[in-house]
Design a protein around this ligand. Structure first.
Ligand code: GRG
Length: 293
């Protein structure tokens, strides 16, 4: 699939990001329609930037297993809407209380907490409206489970309770695999499911998604220490100030880097059966390790 191109990952990501953004624009309610402020808040956070990583994982997994056509696009958009809702809520004063996200003021700073909560709620609802229209119960269930109490929201609850405490390596792994890796894994899996992956392919991609997802959050913790506010789009060092439970806090910075590197290496191993079709996922694993934003 990607052999002819051995394409530049940056160009690939940019092309896919534009496709997703065009589609998201169609799904989001227009500002001229009532309730205009809510619609402005929904659009503000979705279009504040963002790598569109989860949609791109879904689209790439779909293509990797031979999926054809545009049926993956609505699902890809739903994943981004859910991700954006989680960021809006995560930034609220009652959660992480962040002022900056994606390089811009957070939703509650611009629209107030009430409207920010509602914007997150409305994005969440819109995502499931879109997923329902896809008429694929497996994909619907996959996403719902990944973001519920045994997934993202469960991880966020554990994250809240871990603030200011000394926690074990097992507990930080639980937090990271739930609050972040579950949605990433589900993104890869829905792409594979919609692309009609066989059992072996689905197993390999599931494992890739799990390892990639955990490594992604570890690298996010590392960026909070070593990154630059301008590049990561949120305030550097805020985890320490808020006494958040992070991988470097529990395992140390060097061990965290080694763990992320090992996980990404193992994730790449899972792509062996895909030949050239695994090219983008291999490159993405490398990108996650070196990303600055
Ligand atoms: C239900 C009240 C309520 C709150 C939910 C679930 C939740 C709050 C928050 C999710 C936890 C969370 C935000 C985890 C962090 C994941 C993470 C690394 C986000 C950054 O992802 P990127 O780098 O961001 O893909 P961009 O901006 O590029 O999309």
């Amino acid at each position: 699939m990607y052999k002819e191109a051995k394409i530049d990952l940056k160009k690939y990501l940019e092309t896919k990001r534009k496709i997703v953004d065009r589609e998201l624009d169609k799904y989001l309610p227009p500002i001229r329609k009532k309730p205009a402020t809510l619609h402005r808040a929904m659009r503000y956070s979705v279009f504040a930037g963002g790598k569109r990583l989860r949609p791109i994982l879904a689209m790439t997994a779909f293509e990797m297993v031979g999926g054809k056509g545009k049926i993956i696009l609505p699902v890809a958009c739903a994943l981004e809407l859910i991700h954006t809702y989680s960021l809006i809520h995560d930034d609220l004063p009652c959660m992480d209380n962040d002022d900056l996200r994606r390089g811009k003021l957070t939703s509650h700073k611009v629209f107030g907490s009430g409207m920010a909560i509602l914007a997150g709620d409305a994005l969440h609802a819109l995502a499931f409206e879109i997923l329902a229209k896809c008429e694929n119960p497996l994909a619907f269930e996959e996403v719902a489970k990944a973001i519920g109490t045994f997934g993202m929201v469960g991880g966020q609850a554990a994250d809240l309770e871990a603030e200011g405490k000394d926690i074990s390596l097992d507990e930080i792994k639980y937090i990271h695999t739930h609050k972040t890796a579950q949605l990433i894994k589900a993104s890869v899996r829905v792409g594979a499911i919609l692309g009609k992956a066989n059992k072996k392919e689905l197993e390999a991609l599931t494992s890739y998604g799990e390892k990639f997802g955990l490594a992604f959050q570890i690298m996010d913790d590392i960026l909070d220490i070593e990154g630059k506010t301008k590049e990561i789009g949120k305030k550097v060092g805020s985890d320490k100030v808020k006494e958040k439970a992070t991988f470097p806090k529990v395992a140390g910075l060097e061990k965290s880097k080694l763990t992320a590197k090992r996980l990404l290496g193992e994730a790449k191993e899972k792509l062996k059966g895909f030949g050239d079709n695994g090219f983008i996922f291999k490159e993405l694993a490398g990108f996650i390790y070196t990303r600055r934003s």
